[in-house]
Design a protein around this ligand. Structure first.
Ligand code: DC
Length: 225
């Protein structure tokens, strides 16, 4: 049987992975996995439970038992809509800290792989192409300069009426990238067979177009003849 195709989109914080993944999946009619949301959910659930961000076994237990659902763009944790709360910078930073712990990462592996359903999946994160879906049909490593990413995040927050400071956003992003890239477990690195795409000077439409072109080439070359 032919495996269900996966398009892996990895890259640093605020590189636009989520937006691109959702758009590409929409065009191809594929499912979407926003893996960062799972790490954010563990960060939020553990914060609420008063578990320290260094308590690896309790965090792995929380990850294994997460009662999470993804419904029409909303993220539900134990019956409560936490979509907005998850987007906060504080939760993002805590997610990056807990994501360095190997036991927690392995507790989330099967949950991520369960998203691989016909006709296909677009998965975004840090280790989609390296660890979770090493056999992905297409691996994209999406980057943008830290200045561009910080100003995109700033605009996103501003549009939602959330006060933000560009300099501290930029500092936080750089710190988070460094921690995600330097950790021992599933660090943020491009897979050897990933296509690297720098979106600093590209519009969303241009990036979506580039990923779709690559995806169609790869998917066609995998069709049985
Ligand atoms: O994509 P995001 O910003 O929502 O992710 C939040 C944090 O979760 C990120 O800083 C690192 C971690 N993460 C990870 O370690 N592996 C993934 N596949 C996705 C996210």
């Amino acid at each position: 049987m032919k495996p269900v195709p996966v398009i892996a989109i990895d890259g640093p914080s605020a590189s636009g992975k989520g937006t691109i993944a959702a758009r590409v999946a929409g065009v191809l009619g594929f499912h979407v996995l926003e893996s960062g949301a799972l790490y954010r959910l563990v960060a939020l659930a553990s914060l609420r439970a008063g578990v320290a961000e260094t308590d690896e076994s309790s965090l792995a237990g929380i990850a294994a038992g997460l009662e999470a659902r993804f419904l029409d763009g909303k993220i539900i944790l134990s019956g409560e809509d936490v979509t907005e709360e998850l987007r906060g910078e504080g939760i993002g930073n805590r997610a990056s800290a807990v994501a360095a712990l190997p036991a927690l990462r392995s507790a989330l592996l099967d949950r991520q792989r369960a998203f691989r359903q016909p006709p296909g999946l677009v998965a975004d994160g840090r280790d989609m192409g390296t660890v979770v879906f090493p056999d992905a049909a297409l691996k994209v490593f999406l980057t943008a300069s830290v200045q561009v990413r910080a100003s995109r995040r700033y605009k996103q927050l501003n549009d939602k009426g959330i006060h933000a400071n560009l300099a501290s956003l930029s500092r936080d992003l750089a710190e988070r990238d460094e921690r995600d890239a330097k950790r021992a477990a599933a660090p943020l690195v491009p897979a050897p067979d990933a296509v690297q795409l720098d979106s600093s000077d590209l519009s969303v439409d241009e990036v979506v177009g580039a990923v779709l072109k690559l995806a169609r080439e790869k998917l066609e070359s995998q069709q049985p003849r």
